[in-house]
Ligand binder design. Structure first.
Ligand SMILES: Nc1nc2c(ncn2[C@@H]2O[C@H](COP(=O)(O)OP(=O)(O)OP(=O)(O)O)[C@@H](O)[C@H]2O)c(=O)[nH]1
Ligand SMILES: [Mg+2]
Length: 609
């Protein structure tokens, strides 16, 4: 049977190309909002960190009705670190909308998400967005998209994909850049005409693949996915086949509540047929990739291939001198439970226990941002722990040590290109190609070890006077390219435990840039700033001025401190060197030497020499 009045589509693109903004416009123009209803911008970016950072982190579902047809829409993240989110939802849909920024053109993540959609044989609607940008170059971008499709071995059918032109922000689009409608009718119409309606068997035994997990404190875990076959009724008996333990006896349970998506809400339904995207509770401990079946026909479905993590960090119990002062959850058992819980809903995260330690866990993900979001989420929940610097995951291929390489695309003012090429060289990157963008900019592609990109973003912004755009995505594993310095500055290290004092810091700031001001508790071995050269300097931040007969120590107030450099979580992670750790508590981030005591540290240095 063909579900004529149903379409399931995902919106995919590189970061910031306007996916969530387009969903806003689709919701508005399909009449989801009442008149006078207050409308939030980028409404799908509903969790705290998404709103703060202005990016989508998790893929989410919504649905609109247009001309009597229900369109389930999945909004996906465009940042390369969350590529796993895109991979997992592609099985839920029957086609995709590929957005491309009219000025930036296809970027690394455009290539990644498009290749995944093509592999699954999905139909693609190409939408060139932000045509209102003064620096738009629509006609060049059209060619770039076609080149990309050819490069990815698209079939003739896929090469004939419809192409539309749109301003998501203005809510307008058209079939031709010179002829734009004053609403999104052409896009709605193209979805109805070009994305296939699900063709399904509604009579057979019920079967569904779980593509998302949600949580609600009243009903617990909620499984989301597209019904593959059959019909689901409320309170129907179901069986869950565990994706992680194939062959294991499956758990029998009941679908206590079944919901369909409707605008920003979920509405309870008593019965729903194959082809539809549903949310259901009552499944207990379920994970993404599980299959839910009717008890009389237990057949697990195949899940999509999720790309493997390329880097990891060690999370461990905080053992600094200040441990346990600020966190609510500090034990290894609590940290362990929290990390494993995360793997149930994040398909690209891997957590493993260390062989000879019960207090430490290796957490592997797709990039620094992927792991820093997890760290930030945990600290907001009250967890305290420490993390190692991120390191890439090596692989031995045919007996050769290989490392992950990234495809890096930069779009920079032409006169900055030399500086960027030089830096790429020193970070062991290979230059692939360069094309002009308009009159004054160039787009360059490099293949560079993931290691070579650690800490590069800030340098890049300086080298391009803040006008450069850079984006990278994992490309492949290639033979190890040799040692690279992790950073080219040193650490200013506190030599005493106590409270930082203006006098001591005044001396310290002559040696480098401080991360703390006066009145901050410090301990021996804590990193309180950076030095300009690759050389660590130990300094007493708690030092008081000697009292003399004529002047009291209070005259410290006359010394002026330069405001400290406030280090964000990401900056701390970029800064960390191999012999350092980051202490994370709900209130504070402290960088410290792994070995706190100066004497022991010197011994360790000698040993390594
Ligand atoms: N000029 C212009 N700006 C737009 C348009 N559509 C979106 N933007 C802006 O582009 C920025 C990113 O928009 P989002 O909708 O968050 O982009 P996204 O693709 O969802 O980003 P991620 O989910 O993080 O990958 C926002 O500042 C939007 O206001 C458009 O049509 N024209
Ligand atoms: Mg978004």
């Amino acid at each position: 049977m063909i579900q004529e009045n149903l379409r399931n589509v995902a919106i995919i693109a590189h970061v910031d190309h306007g996916k969530t903004t387009l969903v806003d416009a689709l919701l508005k123009q399909s009449g989801v909002y009442r008149e006078n209803q207050e409308v939030v911008e980028r409404v799908m970016d509903s969790n705290d960190q998404e709103r703060e950072r202005g990016i989508t982190i998790m893929a989410k579902n919504t649905a609109v009705t247009y001309g009597g047809t229900k369109i389930n829409i999945v909004d996906t993240p465009g940042h390369a670190d969350f590529g796993g989110e895109v991979e997992r939802v592609l099985k839920m849909v029957n086609g995709v909308i590929l957005l491309v920024d009219a000025a930036e053109g296809p970027m690394p993540q455009t290539r990644f998400v498009l290749s995944r959609a093509l592999e699954l044989g999905h139909r693609v609607i190409v939408v060139v967005n932000k045509i209102d940008r003064p620096d738009q170059r629509v006609y060049e971008v059209i060619d770039e998209v076609l080149e990309l499709l050819i490069d990815l071995n698209a079939t003739d059918d896929q090469l004939d994909s419809p192409m539309l032109f749109c301003s998501a922000r203005a809510g307008i689009c058209g079939y031709n850049p010179e002829d734009i409608n004053d609403d999104l009718t052409p896009l709605f119409q193209t979805i109805l005409d070009y994305i296939p309606a699900p063709e399904v068997d509604t009579e057979g035994p019920f079967q569904m693949l779980v593509s998302s997990i949600d949580y609600n404190e009243f009903v617990g875990r909620i499984a989301v996915g597209r019904i593959e076959r059959g019909t689901l009724r409320q309170n129907q008996e179901i069986v869950v086949c565990n994706y992680h333990a194939p062959g294991q006896v499956s758990k029998r349970t009941k679908a206590t509540a079944v919901y369909a998506f409707d605008g920003l809400a979920r509405v309870p339904v008593t019965e729903i047929t194959a082809g539809n995207i549903v949310a259901l509770s009552g499944t207990g401990d379920i994970t993404i990739g599980d299959t839910i079946c009717a008890p009389d026909c237990v057949e697990p479905l195949e899940f999509v291939k999720i790309s493997a993590p390329t880097m990891e960090m060690t999370f461990s119990v905080n053992d600094s001198p200040f441990a346990g002062r600020e966190g609510k959850f500090v034990t290894s058992r609590q940290i362990r439970e929290r990390l494993f819980k995360e793997t149930m809903k994040d398909v690209s995260l891997r957590v493993t226990e260390l062989e000879n330690s019960t207090d430490a866990f290796n957490v592997a993900g797709r990039g620094e941002m992927h792991l820093s979001i997890l760290i930030e989420t945990m600290r907001r929940e009250g967890y305290e722990f420490q993390v190692s610097p991120p390191r890439v995951l090596y692989k031995t291929i045919d007996g050769v040590k290989c490392e992950p390489m990234e495809r890096l695309v930069v779009d920079v003012p032409s006169d900055c290109s030399g500086a960027v090429i030089e830096k790429m060289g020193s970070r062991k990157g290979d230059f692939l190609d360069m094309t002009p963008v308009g009159d004054s900019r160039v787009k360059m592609t490099f293949l560079i070890p993931s290691r070579g990109l650690f800490g590069y973003r800030n340098e890049f912004l300086t080298d391009t006077k803040g006008e450069g755009i850079m984006a990278s995505v994992f490309d492949s594993y290639a033979p190890f390219r040799g040692e690279l310095n992790r950073r080219n500055v040193g650490a200013l290290i506190a030599s005493e435990t106590g409270e930082s004092i203006t006098y001591g810091l005044f001396n310290a700031q002559q040696r480098g840039v401080l991360f703390i001001g006066a009145g901050v508790p410090v301990y021996e071995g804590m990193v309180i700033g950076q030095t300009p050269k690759r050389e660590d300097v130990t300094i007493n931040a708690c030092k008081r001025k000697q009292l003399t007969n004529t002047r009291a120590s209070g005259s410290d107030d006359a010394l002026r401190l330069i405001p400290p450099k406030q280090m964000s979580l990401e900056q701390c992670l970029e800064f960390l060197d191999d012999d350092e750790l980051l202490e994370v508590t709900p209130l504070t981030l402290r960088i410290r030497k792994r070995i706190l005591n100066l004497e022991q540290r010197m011994k360790a240095i000698h040993r390594n020499k």
